[in-house]
Design a protein around this ligand. Structure first.
Ligand code: IPM
Ligand code: MG
Length: 359
């Protein structure tokens, strides 16, 4: 039986970029005879419109049964004023926690063709290949208690809880060490252990776990320094492992090193390696519907899906080679455009990848 994929286009540019990723999926499905089957549903703002909630139980059920999920992006100004319990982002957070997708892999890889698209000097970023391993199902994003309360003096106070248990730290630590083994053997664990107890424990547990991975080099860095090092000398990193909120922030910074966040895919995996795949960027409502969004992050997310959840690493390679070819040919969406290249639309970029796969 072929593997089954649930597609959630989401909001904003979601439908446009997923349409291009779907073209790629259809081509490889035929070309490599994979027998993949697909189903579409809603999550985020579009699900609020269709079902009244950002993630319906029936959608979550489909997600549980699927071998992998492809997600576009969620959110937009249309739903920003809703009560915070039903905002589009809640759907994303719910699916991550309900499916136990704790390991978020965000590779920041600079394609050599895009070295001029980065805002950093070519010598600082050329050859860049970092993997951010972000804990995705815990930390301050999910910690209880949380809320906005009224104090005795009548003013309101917002509060959240930053916590990590030892088992949560161990499982994400294992992901990082194992990934490093397949790469350049270095893990840098990012925390704020000079201030936050939760991350003091994080550092201690990482050190203990490291004894099981003596072949991997482990270093620690405070998050403020890590942010600085990412823009100062990013090539010092191989695998960066960190908690949910720090990972959210650092992965946006790392994305920009590669020229555009429009190039960055991600995988969110559970303990069995089943997962959800989405571009690192958001729904970009400001450019939605204009046909100018970069579909490559979503197309590369499909490649990660084939590699990590579906067991077709050679097909994943083929997609990555095709993306490289398209960049060699000079095709650029607006976000990665530099003088002398050929500016293309979202669908032209998707077609170019398809053509490269068929060549
Ligand atoms: C991300 C996004 C999400 C997050 C938002 C949309 C909830 O920024 O995937 O990085 O903060 O995790
Ligand atoms: Mg983010």
């Amino acid at each position: 039986m072929g593997k089954h994929i649930l597609i959630l286009e989401g909001d904003g540019i979601g439908p446009e970029i997923v349409r291009e990723a779907r073209k790629v999926l259809d081509v490889i499905n035929t070309k490599f005879d994979l027998g993949l089957t697909f189903e579409n549903d809603h999550m985020g703002g579009c699900a609020i419109d269709a079902y009244g909630v950002p993630l319906a139980d029936s959608t979550l059920e489909k997600a549980r049964k699927a071998d992998a999920i492809l997600l576009g992006a969620v959110g937009g100004p249309k739903w920003d004023k809703l009560d915070r319990s039903i905002r589009p982002e809640k759907g994303l957070l719910k699916i991550r926690s309900q499916l136990g997708l704790y390991a978020n892999l965000r590779p920041a890889l600079l394609y050599p063709q895009l070295v001029d698209a980065s805002s950093l000097k070519p010598e600082v970023v050329s050859g860049l290949d970092i993997l951010i391993v972000r804990e995705l199902a815990g930390g301050i994003y999910f910690g209880e208690p949380r809320g906005i309360r009224v104090l005795e003096n009548g003013e309101r106070e917002g509060y959240n809880t930053y916590k990590y248990s030892e088992s949560e730290i161990i499982r994400i630590g294992r992901t990082a060490f194992e990934m490093a083994r397949k790469r350049n053997g270095k893990v840098c664990s990012v925390d704020k252990a000079n201030v936050l107890e939760a991350t003091m424990l994080w550092r201690e547990v990482m050190d203990t776990l490291h004894k099981e991975y003596p072949d991997v080099e482990l270093s620690h860095m405070y998050v403020d320094n890590a942010a600085m090092q990412l823009v100062r000398a990013p090539k010092q990193f191989d695998v960066l492992v960190t908690g949910n909120m720090f990972g959210d922030i650092l992965s946006d910074a790392a994305a920009m090193l590669t020229g555009s966040i429009g190039m960055l895919p991600s995988a969110s995996l559970d303990k069995e390696g089943r997962g959800m795949y989405e571009p690192c960027h958001g729904s970009a409502p400001d450019i939605a519907g204009q046909g100018i969004a970069n579909p490559l992050a979503t197309i590369l997310s499909v490649s990660m899906m084939l590699r990590y959840s579906l067991g077709y690493p050679q097909v994943a390679d083929a997609i990555e080679v095709a993306v490289g070819k398209v960049l060699d040919q000079g095709y650029r969406t607006a976000d990665i455009y530099t003088e002398g290249k050929t500016k293309v639309s979202t669908s032209q970029m998707g077609d170019a990848v398809v053509a490269a796969l068929n060549a």
